[in-house]
Ligand binder design. Structure first.
Ligand SMILES: C[S@@+](CC[C@H](N)C(=O)[O-])C[C@H]1O[C@@H](n2cnc3c(N)ncnc32)[C@H](O)[C@@H]1O
Length: 271
C-alpha cells in the first residue's frame, strides 16, 4: 500500500515540530518567561466570541506545539489541545510543563476526535494553517460541532483562500485553486518559520476550500454563523512572505492599488 496523504502530512508536521520552537513564529523562551501573548487577531476573535475564557472548557484543534493552548490556559481556561502529530504533542507537553501550566494534549484527527470528548467544550479554537490540511471540510465542521456543548462557540481564523492561491505575489503566480478540487502535492524546502531549516520530510498534500464552501459546511454541521470578517491587513506575517509592513505597521498584499483579503475570521455558535 502506498503512502497516504495523511501519512505524508503527519510525517511533515512531525519533522516541522522538531525545528519549531525558537523562531520568528514561536517564542518558547518568551512563553516560559510569560512575555508572549495571543496575537491581536486571535485575542479580538476570542473576545468577540466569548469575552473572557476564564473558567471555560476550550478545545484547541490542530494545536501544533501548544503555544496558544498554553496562553488560553494561562487566561484561565481548561484547555485540551488536539493534533494528529505526536512530535508536535511531545513538544507541546514539554512546553506546558516548563510553563507550569496544565493542558491535556490528545493525539487525534481533527475530523475524527474521540467520542469521549463529545459535548465537553464551550469553545473550539483553531487558527492559522487549519483547513488547507483537511480534505473534508464538512467532516471538520461536524467534528467541531460534536466537541461543543449546546450554545458552544467556534473561533476559526485562517489565511484567506484568495491569498492561499498565490505561489508568488510579485509577479502574481498562482499554484493552488480557490475551491476544492482534490489533492495538491507540494515539496517546499524548510518551513514557514525558516525556509532554510533542515526539515526531514517536506512532501505534503493540501486542499483548497473557498470561503463559500467553508461557510456552507459550517451551516450544514449546525453552526449558526455569528460573524465573518475578511481582513485586508494583518498584524503578523503568518505566511512568512507578506513582505514589509506599511506605515501603520500592518501587513497588506496589494495587487495594484487595493489590498487583497489576506485572512478570515469565522465565529459561530451551536444553538
Ligand atoms: C500550521 S499548524 C497550526 C498552527 C497553530 N495555529 C500554531 O499557531 O501553532 C497546523 C497543525 O495542524 C495539524 N494537522 C494537520 N492535519 C491534521 C489533521 N487531519 N488532524 C489533526 N491535526 C492536523 C498539524 O500537525 C499541525 O500541528
Amino acid at each position: 500500500m502506498g503512502t497516504t496523504a495523511r501519512q505524508l502530512n503527519r510525517a511533515n508536521w512531525d519533522a516541522r515540530a522538531a525545528v519549531h520552537g525558537q523562531d520568528r513564529y514561536y517564542d518558547s523562551a518568551g512563553l516560559i518567561a510569560g512575555t508572549v501573548s495571543l496575537g491581536a487577531e486571535e485575542e479580538a476573535a476570542v473576545d468577540r466570541a466569548v469575552g473572557n475564557v476564564g473558567g471555560l472548557d476550550v478545545c484547541h484543534v490542530q494545536c501544533h506545539i501548544g503555544v496558544d493552548s498554553i496562553l488560553l490556559a494561562r487566561a484561565g481556561a481548561r484547555v485540551t489541545g488536539l493534533d494528529f502529530s505526536p512530535a508536535s504533542l511531545s513538544k507541546a507537553t514539554a512546553l506546558a510543563e516548563q510553563c507550569g501550566v496544565s493542558v491535556a494534549f490528545v493525539e487525534a484527527d481533527a475530523c475524527d476526535p474521540p467520542h469521549g470528548l463529545d459535548g465537553e467544550f464551550d469553545l473550539v479554537y483553531a487558527t492559522f494553517g487549519v483547513l488547507p490540511w483537511i480534505d473534508d471540510v464538512d467532516a471538520w465542521m461536524a467534528a467541531a460541532a460534536r466537541l461543543v456543548r449546546k450554545g458552544g462557540h467556534l473561533v476559526l481564523i485562517d489565511g484567506h483562500p484568495l491569498v492561499t492561491m498565490f505561489d508568488t505575489y510579485d509577479p502574481p503566480v498562482t499554484d493552488f485553486p480557490y475551491n476544492f478540487n482534490g489533492l495538491h502535492y507540494f515539496d517546499t524546502p524548510g518551513t514557514y518559520t525558516d525556509r532554510s531549516a533542515n526539515v526531514s520530510a517536506t512532501r505534503t498534500v493540501q486542499y483548497a476550500h473557498g470561503l463559500g464552501e467553508i461557510v456552507t459546511a459550517a451551516v450544514r454541521a449546525g453552526w449558526q454563523i455569528a460573524y465573518l470578517e475578511e481582513a485586508t491587513s494583518a498584524t503578523f506575517d503568518f505566511r512568512g512572505d507578506l513582505g514589509a509592513t506599511e506605515e501603520d505597521s500592518r501587513y497588506r498584499l496589494r495587487l495594484g492599488a487595493e489590498p487583497l483579503p489576506i485572512l478570515y475570521t469565522l465565529l459561530a455558535r451551536l444553538p
